[in-house]
Design a protein around this ligand. Structure first.
Ligand code: ADP
Ligand code: MG
Length: 852
């Protein structure tokens, strides 16, 4: 068994939006075929013989009986059928042919009975019967009777019956029960249409029948219209096909089930099957005969195709008849054919033809199935009832466990707003937990988490956009423009960017030397010292610090242990101070100490004065880092303990399982293994431990990321502190003031930024070749120029359109050239006063220097 579910569109004229469920039956069946022999006084007993079980008919033709016999090769035929109805009463014919089929239709199966045969063979007699004689009434009135008797008997079912009566004449559809004024030229608005639940004739009127009489009236009315039509159009009923359909819909009265069955019984009186040649028709009649033959031969083709299992296409659409009968031939329908034959020798050719058709029909297989549908309105009502019942159950359950105030209705705006504020309080740490009320509330809590997260993301982005010009890393055009402007390097890193800590190319105001303090808002209380940017007397922390950091490698190679590193720095510095002191001590300085102080001492002084702010931030960052590290170590310790506990529990569980398996397991009805309480507790414990482990692990992961970040900032701070100290120390104690003065006019470098050993070599190089000093200073100058360019671009280029980049590049190059000439002029000036620089260097500077 399998199910086929079809959603029917509201375009279906028969039922607005309903769901059809056809349950396919695996049981295959064949079309049943009977032969009914018209009583005659001249029955050729030697020519037509019936099998002993009345299920076969044999035809014998003696050659000399009629010359030019149909088939001169074969003279005997045997046809196997489901029954031969010879001298059968209308009553017995109905019992054999229709009773079961009608009964099954009342259970939801579609059924079709067709009468086939030559004109006058008794098709109409079989199907409709004598309308004036009750005893001789045919299948249709008897079927109507059976249906309405069932309606009366099935008091648990509400059965509705509707009737339609269609005539197909010359490929035109006629509604024999049309309530419209008669237009016997054929209703052009009628058409055969296919819907997933079956084939319908659009425009065909459907007539409800509450009683047998109503339905019979409709039958007779149709018959009358058929005769009127005959006169009007000069047609003959034997040349048209008539399909009388009884539609049955059965709803259960007892169950409030939305499911119901809908079936139909097609009772088809086909046109005469006689061959054209034999009628000798001419003109209109010839045309009619051609049509009749054509549509019947299409019917035959469809039957042949249906019988051939290898064929997937059945040509139903070739004629109106086959199209209208598409779902009534084979498929999920009970189909019966009655071949009406004359029991006379002269009609033997047509008899053979009818019997062949009947045998072909028998090959068609069907899979009758109940047509079940769902009434959407009833379905909704049932579901509503179910919801009310479940709510009552829930209320009862709540009152039993003293949860009386729980509301399960959809949340209103006020309740949602309350959940939102609860979530916010939770995120801010103002509350530790959110009480679980019901599923709807839990879903809303998660939903609000999402809402708040997305709001925060937007806020952060808006803040960043407000402050910086952000470039999307995937936006190649923007990156290229930034590269052109020299803001990012070839790899897309910001110029001066610290590895792993990208930041936007900003237009934030840079602190000017000695300028005002620029305070960033605290993003988070705990991290404030790290994220805070405060201006110092000299270049500040944060990105400003990065932009003037001596080199990227200097920042990256920081040692992990801060104290050790600090110690190392102090040792190195102390050693270098010693060297410097012995090498060069300016003698002419009156306002400075005669010899520079030890670097360690100077460092302490620096930290208390000019470097106080940076030192404070450095210390605070170190404290935060140490705190995070401590926490991380605590969690690691806790994780190890949980892991140990988990291992022990797992072992215990393994032992329990082994014991259970050895002793034999209990299995309940659903096939689940029953475990004892001890094992159950262990399972629960392991579950809890795993949960705790996962939770701690996530926390540790987050902490590690934080530690890494803090470490990075601490390193940055330390390097900054050292470089600032170096500059300050050089400026304060080592570089002669006049040298400082000499370099200052260019304004591009600060003397303290030049490494001391280079500065101290300056004199001799300058004396021998003033150009060398320019080369020597060009690196520092370049750094400064880059910085300047960066500053200017941030301030000027970016807010303007990108097209201005070339303009500013050109301006920068001109400025650089100008500065170069100024520096040269200043050095030539110095060269004229040889007494100023007294220190001498024996060796020439390394060749590499020239390449800078
Ligand atoms: P068809 O519809 O096939 O053209 P009809 O049903 O109109 O043929 O039958 C032609 C005539 O034969 C009718 O007068 C009908 O009463 C009569 N007839 C057909 N079959 C029988 C039968 N089995 N018993 C009595 N009369 C019959
Ligand atoms: Mg007829």
């Amino acid at each position: 068994m399998f199910m086929c579910i079809c959603f029917i569109s509201s375009r279906c004229p028969h039922k607005p939006l309903s769901v059809l469920v056809v349950t396919m039956s695996a049981k295959e069946s064949k079309v049943h075929a009977f032969v009914r022999v018209k009583p005659t006084a001249n029955f050729p007993q030697d020519m037509i013989k019936y099998g002993p079980d009345n299920k076969s008919i044999d035809i014998y033709i003696r050659r000399d009986v009629k010359k030019g016999v149909v088939n001169n090769k074969q003279t005997d035929w045997s046809f196997k059928l489901d029954g031969v109805l010879h001298n059968a009463s209308q009553d017995s014919v109905y019992d054999a042919v229709a009773r079961d089929l009608v009964s099954q239709a009342l259970d939801g199966y579609n059924g079709t009975i067709m009468c086939y045969g030559q004109t006058g063979a008794g098709k109409t007699y079989t199907m409709t019967g004598a309308t004036e004689n009750y005893k001789h009434r045919g299948i249709i009135p008897r079927a109507i009777q059976q249906v309405f008797r069932a309606v009366e008997e099935h008091i648990d079912q509400s059965i509705t019956v509707r009737i339609s009566y269609l005539e197909i004449y010359n490929e035109t559809l006629f509604d024999l029960l049309s309530t419209m004024p008669h237009d016997m030229s054929g209703d052009t608005h009628m058409a055969v249409v296919e819907y997933p639940q079956g084939v319908f004739v659009k425009g065909l009127s459907m007539h409800p029948a509450s009683h047998e009489e109503d339905a019979l009236n409709l039958l007779f009315e149709g018959e009358t219209n058929r005769i009127i039509g005959e006169h009007t159009l000069n047609k003959n009923s034997s040349r048209s096909h008539c399909i009388f359909t009884i539609y049955i819909e059965s709803h259960s009265r007892i169950l409030s089930d939305a499911k119901y069955t809908a079936s139909k019984i097609n009772l088809v009186d086909l046109a005469g099957s006689e061959r054209l040649g034999k009628t000798g028709s001419e003109g209109q009649v010839l045309k009619e005969a051609t049509y009749i033959n054509k549509s019947l031969s299409f019917l035959e083709q469809a039957i042949i195709a249906l019988a051939d299992r290898k064929r997937d296409h059945v040509p139903f659409r070739q004629s109106k008849l086959t199209h209208a009968l598409k779902d009534s031939l084979g498929g999920n329908c009970n189909t019966v054919l009655v071949a009406n034959i004359y029991g006379e020798a002269v009609q033997i050719e047509e008899t053979l033809s009818s019997l062949r058709f009947a045998t072909r029909m028998k090959w068609v297989t069907t899979e009758p199935a109940i047509n079940e549908k769902y009434d959407p309105e009833r379905m909704v009502k049932n579901l509503e009832k179910e919801i009310v019942l479940l709510k009552q159950e829930l209320a009862m359950h709540d009152s039993l466990v003293n949860r009386s105030l729980v509301n399960y209705d959809p949340l209103n705006e006020i309740q949602i707003a309350e959940i939102n504020s609860q979530v916010r309080r939770y995120l801010e740490g103002a509350t530790d937990d959110i009480d679980i009320m019901n599923i709807r509330q839990i879903q809303e809590v998660f939903n609000q988490f999402k809402v708040i997260l997305s709001q925060q993301e937007q806020e952060v982005e808006a803040r960043l956009r407000n402050k910086y010009t952000l470039i999307d890393k995937g936006d190649f055009a923007a990156i290229t423009a930034a590269q052109k402007a020299g803001l990012v390097d070839a790899e897309g890193h910001l110029v001066g960017e610290v590895d792993g800590q990208g930041f936007g190319i900003g237009v934030a105001p840079l602190s000017k030397p000695g300028g005002k303090k620029v305070k960033a808002k605290k993003a988070k209380e705990q991290l404030s010292p790290i994220t805070r940017k405060e201006g110092l007397g000299s270049p500040v922390l944060g990105k400003d610090l990065d932009s003037v950091s001596p080199s990227r490698s200097q920042l990256v190679t920081s040692a992990k242990d801060l104290d050790v590193k600090e110690g190392l720095i102090r040792e190195q510095d102390a050693a270098s101070i010693e060297t410097h002191r012995s090498e060069s001590v300016p003698k002419e300085e009156s306002h400075r100490p005669s010899s520079p102080p030890a670097k360690l001492v100077a460092f302490e002084e620096f930290k208390n004065e000019r470097g106080s702010e940076i030192n404070r931030i450095f210390k605070e960052n170190k404290a935060i880092l140490s705190d995070r590290k401590k926490k991380a170590s605590e969690i690691t310790h806790r994780l190890n303990l949980i892991k140990q506990e988990m291992d022990i529990t797992k072992q215990a569980l393994g032992a329990q399982k082994k014991e259970r398996e050895e002793q034999g397991e209990y299995v309940n009805e659903e096939g689940q293994i029953i475990i004892d309480e001890e094992e159950f507790l262990l399972v629960m414990k392991l579950k809890d431990l795993k949960k705790q482990y996962r939770c701690d692990f996530d926390e540790l992961r987050d902490l590690k990321a934080e530690v890494q970040y803090c470490q990075h900032l601490v390193d940055q701070c330390r390097n900054r502190l050292i470089s600032e100290f170096e500059i300050w120390y050089n400026e304060s104690f080592l570089i002669p003031e006049d040298v400082q003065e000499a370099i200052k006019p260019g304004g591009n470098i600060r003397p303290g930024m030049i490494p001391m050993n280079r500065v101290l070599c300056l004199a001799s190089w300058v004396v021998s070749d003033p150009g060398l000093l320019v080369l020597l200073t060009s690196r520092a100058q370049k750094d400064e120029d880059e910085q300047e360019r960066f500053d200017r671009l941030q301030g000027e280029v970016l807010p303007a359109c990108p097209d201005s980049t070339s303009f500013y590049n050109a301006k920068m190059k001109t400025d650089q050239k100008h500065k170069y000439f100024r520096a040269m002029a200043a050095l030539q000036q110095m060269h004229k006063k040889p007494g100023l620089i007294t220190a001498t260097v024996k060796n020439k500077p390394p060749a590499a220097l020239h390449v800078i």
